[in-house]
Each structure stands twice: as C-alpha cells, then as structure tokens.
Write a protein that binds this ligand. Structure first.
Ligand SMILES: *[C@@H]1O[C@H](CO)[C@@H](O)[C@H](O)[C@H]1NC(C)=O
Ligand SMILES: *[C@@H]1O[C@H](CO)[C@@H](O)[C@H](O)[C@H]1NC(C)=O
Ligand SMILES: *[C@@H]1O[C@H](CO)[C@@H](O)[C@H](O)[C@H]1NC(C)=O
Ligand SMILES: *[C@@H]1O[C@H](CO)[C@@H](O)[C@H](O)[C@H]1NC(C)=O
Ligand SMILES: *[C@@H]1O[C@H](CO)[C@@H](O)[C@H](O)[C@H]1NC(C)=O
Ligand SMILES: *[C@@H]1O[C@H](CO)[C@@H](O)[C@H](O)[C@H]1NC(C)=O
Length: 520
C-alpha cells in the first residue's frame, strides 16, 4: 500500500516536472500564478491566452489560496472560475449558457456593464455577465477576491458603499464555509442532472427533469431523493418569519437558520466540534451525493456523506431499474439494456402511451414486489385496487409509474421516469412506463454516450490537477530557493535543510485529489 502510494507520488512528481518543462517553454517565465492581480478597476480587460494549458489566473485573493481566471473544462471548453489553487478545485464557476471553446478569443472585462466574459471574435458577444444574473443594475467600482473565496464587486463611493454582486449568491455545485446558501440559490451538478434546494424548513436533493426537447409529449417533474428537515431544537422556524438559509460552519457542521443566532438545525460532520480549523466545502457531486470536505493541507479530507445506502442514490442504478438492498446490485425493469449501462426498453415492446398521438414511445411494464425507496417523500392517493391505481397513471402524460400497496391501499404516482426503485414485499404492485431506447437516447442528448463525456471530463480534471501540481511546485520551488538564499546569507546551509512550506507533500496531494476526482 505504502509502496503504491510512493509510486503514485513519484509518477505525479515526474508528471509535474514534465509539465513544468513544457509550460516554461510555452508560457515563459510568467508561469502559473504570477500574473494575477489583487484588484480589478473599471476599464479592466484581459484576453484569454491559450498558452496557459488549464487555468489562466486573473485575480488573486490576499492569501494566494484562491484565484479567479479562465478555466479549461470538459477538455475543450472555457469557463470563468474561482479555483482553490492548492487543489485546483473550482469552488465557483460562471457556467455561461453557451460555453465558449477554449480556443476562442474570450476576454474578461470590468466596466459599466459589470464583470463580463465576452467573445471578441463574435462581435464582442457577452457569454456571461454579472449584471445578467444580478438584480442590481449598478456596476460597482472594483472587483476583489476575498480570502473566503468570495468574488465581490464593490462600490467605493461613500454614498452607496457596499457589495453590488458576489459569487457567494450564485453558487455552482459547491458552497464553502461562511457562505449563505439561500432559497434564491440552488446547487447543480455540472451536468445539471441533480440539484440541492432549500424549502420552508428543510433542504432537499432532486433529480432534475431533463430539458424539454419538445418531442415527447410526456413531461416530468423534479424527483426528491433526500430531504433533511430542520430539527428546530435550539431555534424555531416561524411561519412568515422569512426564508431559511444554510451555512457550513467552521466547527464542522451545516447549520440552517431563519435568522442569525442559534441555528434551527445542526447537521454535524465527522469533525464536528473537534477543533479542526481548516477550509471547508460542501459539494453536490456528479454521482448525486452531497459531501463535505476540509482541506488538511495536502488533500480534501471527506467529512460528511449525505447518502450512504447505494440504493438511495439515483446514479447507482439509473432509470428503469430495480436496486437490491443493501448490495446496490441493479436489475432492469424490462429485460433490456442499450448495450451500455442504461435500462431503456427494447424497440420491440414500445407503443404510444398516455393516449397522446404526439407522445413518444413507451412500453408498459408490471412488476410485483418493488417500491420507491423515496416513498416517504412522495405523495400518495388511496385506491381500491392495483387496477384502479394503474388506471390513474395509464392515460396521464405526466405520470411515469404507479405503485400500489395492497397492504395499505396507498397508490404512489411517479411524475418522473421510474427510478430509485427497490425490492419490496409481494403486496407492492408496480406499473411503469419505460421509454424506448430511441427516446431515451434523444432525452439524454444526441447519441447519449454519457460515458465518453464523463471520460473527457475526467481527463480535463486530471490535466487541471497536473497544472495545479505544477503551480504548487513552482511556489514550492521559489520558497525553497528563497529559504536557501536566506540561509546561505546566514552561512547555514545544510543538506537536508529544504524549507518545504505548505506544499511539502506535493505528490500526495495530487494523487489523492486524482482519486477523489475519479471516484464516481
Ligand atoms: C480574512 O480577512 C479578514 C478580514 O477581511 C481577516 O479578519 C481574516 O483573519 C482573514 N483570514 C485569513 C485566513 O487570512
Ligand atoms: C450571511 O447572512 C447573515 C444574515 O443575513 C449576514 O449577517 C452575513 O453577512 C451573511 N454572510 C455573507 C458572507 O454574505
Ligand atoms: C461538460 O460536459 C457535460 C456532459 O456533456 C455537460 O453536461 C456540461 O454542461 C459540460 N460543461 C460545459 C461547461 O460545457
Ligand atoms: C425477463 O425475461 C424472463 C425470461 O426471459 C421472463 O421470464 C421475464 O418475464 C422477463 N421480465 C420482464 C419484465 O420482461
Ligand atoms: C390484495 O389483498 C386482498 C385482500 O387482502 C387479497 O384478496 C388479494 O389477493 C391481494 N392481491 C394481491 C395481488 O396480493
Ligand atoms: C397526472 O399525474 C400527475 C403525476 O402523478 C398528477 O400530479 C396529476 O394530478 C395527474 N393528472 C390527472 C388529471 O389525474
């Protein structure tokens, strides 16, 4: 084990060194984090420079831990991001509606229009801007990156001093400690399949409906797969007392508040009240799970996992499958797969359901002994029989499935494609509409080769990590040289006396981060 880790470290170190060589050639002495400034004033503009292979820093925080810059995502695309530099983890991303290719002639500008990412080649088309998302029309006077990783546009005129816009109000998939997560915001996985939102007295995780293609008549709603309701032990949530908000606290918990003071809920992490003072984040990850980490100086240490039962995680089996507890083994509802990991119906069994002539192609599947694992989070109706329950779903285009419990007489209607199903007792009667493979592929977008895309994403992440390792190596190297110089002046250079600084475990952080990035 230890030997393997050493090997991985060695490999990463060599990779970083190789990258260094190629970067030095490409980017010159300017290098990774050297060009970032600490404040942007009105009139500022910087062009994307392709000689940075993964991340071009533009604005740094006072501690040098975070930077705003152009980030390469999905191998080929460009985004604006705030990176945690030691790990190269993007804490915030702008995520333009139509992302630009990495090779585009993009610019980041700050002027009357606020902070904006524009495409100079396409007639200065605005790809993303802070004013497009903020309600405030004021542009502000300067842009700062705070030592919390919060990117702020501020006004410095005394009349209206304050924050015009801040990235903390527009999270992507992550919140960091001290960041208020409000009901005005949502966390989305980068593919927007999953979301986290606040309700009146809870937070919940949802499977998001796919963007409507306009082809299928059937619609679907967001499916809740986790709900955490505030315990209200220390503070009550008062109706009409305003929306709640959540925040990761330095002591190692996610708190829900209606107002400052004692929290209405405390969701404790593993390091809760253990005096661990480290930078913390909570991320809705691509697998649909919500996890919290702290930065231990070399890697992101896992501190909390919302879902620990594999069958309660929507990505374990995906749509149209039944999950066996507790192993998480998956079995397709209909005896079919698309040859990959999906469980759509084979073309042979499809027919047009729900009475709509414009509807897509679906097959009806009946299964005894299955039930939704999230049934406590679903509404139900009472029905006299399984046939009665099924009939309520059959001709309804927004109904994707019905599960009748012959014990209780409850009829659960699913308004999203059947998923999160587990084995239940024999009195549970399930009826499901299973989309045809063609429809499923269309809904997934084109050829639906999600695996290939995931692989591309992984490659992108690996490259970013390598670039970060390179950046960290440069910092480390510089510090080492400075320390050597200092000691040489004092006439006290010894052989093992390298001053490692915070990046002494360069190899291990990169390998661990890689492992984290690849875990799905
Ligand atoms: C961050 O900045 C605030 C003031 O803006 C300061 O009080 C705090 O100590 C700083 N924290 C770190 C980790 O530098
Ligand atoms: C979070 O919300 C509280 C209460 O509204 C406020 O006092 C605090 O400044 C907010 N923090 C940030 C970082 O916006
Ligand atoms: C990256 O690829 C995934 C999967 O295709 C996609 O959902 C996501 O929007 C892409 N991100 C960007 C910034 O293009
Ligand atoms: C799956 O196939 C088996 C054997 O071919 C058959 O007995 C079973 O009914 C099929 N199940 C479904 C849901 O089509
Ligand atoms: C449902 O329950 C009724 C009454 O207990 C019973 O007669 C019937 O056989 C059950 N149906 C199934 C499919 O288990
Ligand atoms: C159709 O199904 C949806 C989802 O189950 C339900 O909310 C709606 O009330 C149903 N519509 C009718 C007319 O029954």
């Amino acid at each position: 084990m230890a030997a393997r880790i050493h090997l991985v470290r060695a490999v990463m170190f060599v990779a970083a060194a190789a990258l260094m060589a190629s970067f030095s050639a490409a980017a010159g002495e300017g290098g990774a984090a050297a060009t970032a400034q600490q404040e942007l004033r009105r009139g500022f503009s910087v062009s994307h420079d392709e000689s940075y292979s993964q991340f071009q820093p533009v604005l740094a925080d006072p501690t040098g831990t975070f930077a705003l810059g152009f980030l390469r995502v999905n191998t080929t695309m460009l985004d604006l991001a705030v990176l945690h530099l030691p790990s190269a983890f993007p804490l915030w991303r702008a995520i333009p509606d139509r992302p630009a290719p990495w090779s585009s002639s993009a610019s980041l500008t700050f002027n009357d229009g606020g902070l904006a990412l524009i495409d100079r080649a396409a007639n200065n088309k605005v790809l993303w801007s802070s004013t497009a998302v903020a309600s405030s029309a004021s542009a502000g006077d300067r842009v700062l990156l705070l030592n919390t990783s919060n990117l702020q546009i501020q006004t410095t005129t005394s009349a209206a001093a304050g924050v015009v816009w801040q990235s903390f109000d527009y999270p992507s998939d992550t919140i960091v400690q001290g960041q208020n997560f409000t009901s005005a915001a949502a966390l989305y996985t980068s593919d927007r399949r999953f979301a986290m939102r606040l309700g009146s007295n809870y937070f919940a995780l949802y499977i998001e409906p796919p963007p409507s293609s306009g082809v299928a008549a059937a619609t679907s709603a967001a499916a809740m797969y986790l709900k955490h309701t505030a315990l209200e032990a220390k503070a009550q949530i008062v109706a009409g007392g305003g929306p709640i908000y959540a925040r990761v606290e330095p002591d190692g918990f996610l708190a829900m508040y209606q107002k400052e003071g004692p929290p209405a809920d405390v969701l404790s992490f593993d390091t809760f009240n253990r005096g661990v003072r480290a930078f913390r984040r909570m991320t809705l990850e691509p697998d649909g799970n919500l996890r919290a980490y702290f930065w231990d100086g070399t890697r992101w240490a896992l501190d909390y996992t919302a879902i620990t039962e594999p069958c309660e995680l929507p990505t374990t089996c995906g749509a149209y499958a039944v999950c066996a507890q507790p192993t998480g083994r998956c079995e397709c509802l209909a005896n079919a797969t698309d040859g990959g990991s999906g469980c759509a119906a084979p073309a042979a069994v499809v027919s047009s359901l729900c009475g709509a002539t414009t509807g897509g192609l679906y097959g009806a599947v009946r299964r005894q002994g299955v039930e939704p694992v999230n049934k406590e989070l679903m509404g139900f109706e009472r029905a006299a029989s399984a046939a009665d329950c099924e009939a309520r779903c059959e001709r309804n285009c927004s109904c994707w499935g019905a599960v009748y419990s012959n014990g209780t007489g409850y009829c659960y209607l699913m308004d999203y494609p059947a998923q999160l199903l587990v084995e239940g007792d024999e009195r549970k009667m399930g009826y499901f509409k299973v989309r045809s493979m063609e429809e499923e592929a269309a809904a997934r977008g084109g050829s639906g080769s999600r695996r290939a895309k995931a692989a591309l994403l992984a490659v992108g992440v690996a490259a970013v990590v390598a670039a970060a390792a390179f950046g960290a190596y440069r910092v480390w190297e510089r510090r080492r040289r400075n320390a050597m110089d200092a000691r040489r002046q004092l006439g006290a250079v010894d052989d093992e006396g390298l001053s490692p600084g915070p990046y002494k475990n360069l190899g291990s952080f990169s390998s661990v981060e890689l492992t984290n990035s690849f875990r799905r």
